[in-house]
Design a protein around this ligand. Structure first.
Ligand SMILES: Cc1cc2nc3c(=O)[nH]c(=O)nc-3n(C[C@H](O)[C@H](O)[C@H](O)COP(=O)(O)O)c2cc1C
Length: 329
């Protein structure tokens, strides 16, 4: 099964819908996290990304970010009553300000807190629970203490991005420690990290033959064809089907313009997507530079039309730039 990774600011419902209309290959997605908070009333608008009418095309599990059952339970109950039976808890967000507050990957440094949290959630909530984790906050050794804690609970899935919190997205994934997790975890594992082309997927699949679930994130933004490439185990058909990328793009533009009111917001959002999309083309830097200077949507669309006319597609690329923008989330 292929999961679409949650990517705050990218894989919202309008992306998921535009994607489903023009591509297949994704079986299920986890929505970007909803922050949980203490003592506030939950407004329906807060879960707009999860409204049923916004999610007819692709199955989705909600994700929340929080450090205690007091924070998480109200939104968990709300989502359950609304119709979501599974809740994913974010224990992997690497943003420093979030980790400092013992949320995201920050909580991984405190196995006894994780244990208390899971005990409360499993006792109090009707939701099935899955976790999205890294190997630790500051050290991959942290997982050695955490996994016995996770193993005490009937987790629906344990999604592992095998980096540590302080690493952000730098360096490489730690496959030795991930192998230890595969050997020792009781819950079904979902692998997440650095699958950008058919080769990287097949290498991982060969190394971890027991893993049945794979999560794709940035790879889908670099090439939305990737899930289908993996399922078909072939790449050479993509060249002939590039028109689908442009239909998807037109729909995404449309969705962004419908759901974001301010023209500046719309333009900035599109520029952020093109940070990724541009890398599927030769001369990606030059295209991204031109697009990043677009002054309005009309100008932006004109530039993407030019790219469609003259750019050469290249499949499956490693990310080049630092993802500094996620530090500002
Ligand atoms: C811009 C961005 C936003 C992300 N937002 C989330 C999020 O909301 N929740 C989460 O659990 N992981 C989030 N992630 C992590 C991804 O889900 C994924 O685990 C990570 O990018 C590694 O997979 P990849 O190499 O396939 O992208 C985010 C990653 C990026 C790059």
């Amino acid at each position: 099964m292929i999961f679409l990774a949650p990517m705050q600011g990218y894989t919202d419902f309008f992306f998921r819908n535009a994607y489903s209309r023009h591509f297949s290959g994704i079986d299920k997605s986890i929505a970007p996290f909803i922050p949980s908070g203490l003592g506030e009333q939950i407004k329906h608008r807060r879960i707009q990304d999860l409204w049923k009418e916004n999610n007819e095309a692709m199955p989705v599990d909600p994700q929340v970010l929080g450090k205690s059952a007091r924070e998480i339970s109200p939104i968990a109950n709300y989502l359950y009553d609304y119709g979501y039976d599974t809740l994913n808890i974010n224990m992997g967000c690497p943003i420093a300000s979030i980790r400092k507050k013992i949320r995201g990957a920050g909580i991984l440094a405190y196995p006894e807190m994780v244990e208390m949290l899971l005990e409360k959630l499993f006792n109090d909530l009707p939701n099935k629970i899955s976790l999205k984790i890294r190997l630790g906050n500051e050290s991959a050794d942290e997982i050695k203490e955490l996994l016995p804690v996770f193993n005490q609970f009937p987790l629906k899935e344990l999604i592992i991005h095998p980096r540590i919190g302080t690493q952000m997205y730098d360096g490489t994934v730690n496959l030795e420690t991930f192998a230890w997790c595969v050997k020792n975890a009781k819950a079904p594992i979902v692998y997440s990290g650095d699958i950008f082309d058919l080769d990287s997927f097949n290498r991982l699949k060969n190394r971890f033959p027991t893993i049945e679930h794979w999560m794709l994130g940035r790879g889908v933004l670099f090439s939305p064809f990737l899930p289908e490439i993996i399922k078909r185990q072939e790449t050479d058909w993509v060249e002939n089907e590039l028109a689908r990328f442009w239909l998807f793009h037109a729909e995404l533009v449309n969705q962004i313009c419908t759901h974001r009111e301010r023209p500046n917001n719309q333009l900035n959002k599109l520029k952020e997507y093109w940070r990724y999309f541009s890398q599927a083309f030769e001369n990606s830097e030059s295209y991204f530079y031109q697009l990043s200077r677009a002054s309005d949507i009309e100008n932006f669309i004109k530039l993407t039309d030019e790219i469609r006319e003259k750019a050469t597609w290249r499949a499956g690329l490693k990310p080049k730039q630092k993802f500094a923008f996620i530090k500002s989330l």
